[in-house]
Design a protein around this ligand. Sequence first.
Ligand code: SFD
Ligand code: AMP
Length: 630
Amino acid sequence: MAFETVTVETDLLLIGGGMAACGAAVEAAYWAKKNNLKVTLIDKAAVDRSGAVAMGLSAINQYVDLKSGNNTIKDYVDYVRNDLMGITREDLVANIARHVDATVHLFEKWGLPIWTDEEGNYVHEGRWQLMINGESYKVIVAEAAKNAIGLDNIYERIFIVDPLMKDGKCVGAVGFSTREEKFYIFKAKATLAAMGGAVHVFKPRSTGEGLGRAWYPPWNTGSSTYFCLKAGAEQTCHEVRFIPIRFKDGYGPVGAWFLLFKSRATNAFGGNYMVERTDELQKWGPYGKVKPIPANLRNWLGMLDIAEGKGPIYMRTEEAIQKLADVYKDDPKGYKKKMKELENEAWEDFLDMTISQAILWASTNTAPEERSSEIAAAEPYFIGSHSGASGSWVSGPEDIQTDETRDEYFWGYANMSTTPALFCAGDASGASSHKFSSGSVTEGRIVGKSAIKYIVENPDYPGVDDAQIEALREMILKPLEVFAEHSPKTSDPDISPDYIRPKMFMFRLQKIMDEYAGGVSAQFSTNKYQLERALELLNFLKEDSLKLAAEDLHELMRVWENVHRMWQAEIHVRTMLFREETRWPGYYFRADTPTMVEGEWDAFANAIYHPDTEEWEMKKRPVKYIFKDM
Ligand code: SFD
Ligand code: AMP
């Protein structure tokens, strides 16, 4: 192969250019300067518009507002624990919660417009959420990262495939340019995996002309999970996928409608499942009684309506707007002004974050003040930073541990995985949900500091094996050779007994997951037998992955994206199989173990892949509370 090999040596390697990695860049630059160290950031895309925040956001979903005295760190931890049905790492959640306000103040300093009221106070969407004019949110955060580490240390359009390992330690990463024929080797003393979560592992609702549209960004494809698995890092909560309820087909957000506009959602017969189905909540232990009702249980109540044939479910936008404007009904001028204001806010919510939903409203003549819009449960995603929890099992901070938790949750450096020198943040770190954009930047900042500390205390580079690099180069570039060799032998380059193209491969993966692992078609339901069948079929897929073919660099990226997705799928299925209960019915329902098994399953379901033996190990880890009132 004519590929040039480029080697970059650095001290701290940040993989991903999203919210977590940008936060890490800003903080690490400060500590690196003091210690004369180099920080390098790599993104498969352009940092300005990469990752989940590419389109912008209309809210900052984590702001604890400690200064107001209205909320405490414990309040936030309680909220997260309850939302995740008891399964959460309180030390990780608290560590983010205590620093997140400072991050939000930095955003404002960098130029992000946060809504304020007449008295100059932030406008809250809900208790923990702030409204923003966030179309340029990512550009603003990216600029801060660029200023901090310098453009020379940022590599864009490099797709990272695998970790570099030496004696069980992560010593960097390898990948390739998606624009030039260049194979990249990054050697580093510490590495941050922050390549987001995963989408398109399950068959999406959007097909045909809508294919590619999803709630989660299409370019986050399970790379964090694959990378960390291949580095031998223990994983957690990979059964806790996230299913957001979204405006149907455009995937527009619902938070502003439920929290700011105080809207109701009703079924096609006008019934409100949140009121009519409260009895169902009693089945889910203490978590059916908490406020707010956990996201997955809110989903579940709506799903029961759909299963009973009561769909579609509607967001009652017209009713909510009318109610808010009615306050001015005796003041015609004030009423008109309020209606205009609400209409603007409704559209801006989508234009700031999910432009396609605004386009769908426009193209279907939907005026939110006149008629309701359909909402629906989306296909499952893997996102450790929202209301899902999948990711690496990482060390907590030392000072939040108790005597009970220290041995279990702390191993020296905040957010380091079980693989030495490999750190994780954002969607890539597990069991610490509800960090969202602001908490992900904050977690990145935590890593920025702790990874530099690690490097200062472990300054020697252990070296890297050339044979390992050569083997990886061969494996990564092979799909180009497969296509070049075999495509001339077929009259249709999409079809060949000698290879499979990544798009077809992705369709097969999605079909397996959809039908057997509780996707949309299976109404989010599965059981032991279906999961075992899914594993069997995934194994055939894995065999065929060795015959993936790529016509060009872009398709080579597609190949590796889909290999990464396949590993994300496998760990998901294995973990659902391991957890013999149903705990998050609105995320997935295990029909053979249909209830929550308190006590026995108040535990984390963790998984480790052993690269040397190619074996999986599943293990339970105890949930130990720090803040919960016993
Ligand atoms: O309301 C490789 N999130 C929201 N957070 C909020 O605070 N407010 C909102 O309004 C939010 N909304 C929302 C949110 C997410 C999504 C998908 C939507 C709407 C549609 C959550 C946050 O966005 C999320 O918590 C953070 O972005 C997570 O940060 P991070 O860093 O873990 O992920 P990222 O920002 O997506 O960045 C990932 C980066 O990795 C790159 N990458 N680079 C190299 N090699 C590879 N192999 C790579 N694979 C991926 C990506 O390019 C990217 O730079 S609301 O709807 O909830
Ligand atoms: P979403 O737009 O669904 O991502 O929600 C944005 C924020 O609002 C997240 O913090 C959600 O957990 C929260 N949220 C959304 N809907 C509700 C609801 N009905 N009750 C309580 N919190 C909600």
